[in-house]
Design a protein around this ligand. Sequence first.
Ligand SMILES: C[S@@+](CC[C@H](N)C(=O)[O-])C[C@H]1O[C@@H](n2cnc3c(N)ncnc32)[C@H](O)[C@@H]1O
Length: 256
Amino acid sequence: MSASIPFDRAAHFYDSTRGFPPGIAEQAVSTIVEAGGLDGSSHLLEIGIGTGRIALPLARYVRQIDGVDLSLPMLERLRSKRAGEAVRVVRGDIMTLPFSAAAFDAVVAVHIFHLVGSPQRALAEAARVLKPGGLLIHAFGSGTHQFRLHDVWADISGRFAGADGSTPWAKRTTVAEDHGWRLVRERTFDYRHAHTPRQYIQQVRDRCWSNTWGMSDEALAEGIRRLEAHVSAHYADPDAVEDVPARFVARAYQPA
Ligand SMILES: C[S@@+](CC[C@H](N)C(=O)[O-])C[C@H]1O[C@@H](n2cnc3c(N)ncnc32)[C@H](O)[C@@H]1O
């Protein structure tokens, strides 16, 4: 089983590379509220809460959000942005959650299952801390994941041993149902995201994406060469801004 991937090294650039375009976060988190049937009485846990990209805008719809993350620098970032939101954080591992059983109305999981060695174990822990009738809300960027080249890069980097976490990128969206959880509701939100292919290549070169962190310098250079070849073959101008359709998906599940 490979280990989890903490985001210490990403804390200072996470929000600028993963953040939603201006004005979009509110609408994205409302898909979580609707999928989970959440209201002002709901007490949530976000596993892998990171910098609070999701939890901080989500907090105004619910009573309380607790969050757990392995990375202190990511949690420090969250604390520095917090402005009175009912969001409490603790450093910990989602594989052994520091909470008692049946403590939460819902567990929120966004871009986390591909980073842990055993999604099955993380799901079992989520089930343990859910109250009876509680829901897991698994949310993620789908399709282009904002960046059209992201799936291309995931495919290229996946060919290098040690480049990735345990769950293949393409499988990350179906983790819950693959482990027997029952889909209750899905809500989606479509928006657009502008960027250039060259900006994306630079993010790979800067090792912004976690699937670059296990790559040697040589493997990264070879991967970038292949990515650039893909861009040359498919884009007339790598500096032209693409207005890419992006989708945020929130799915609510009952435990297996
Ligand atoms: C891609 S970020 C997602 C953060 C947040 N959910 C969001 O959507 O912006 C993944 C986060 O999970 C954390 N993480 C990875 N493995 C973990 C584990 N086993 N336990 C707790 N946190 C973990 C990382 O440190 C990182 O902050």
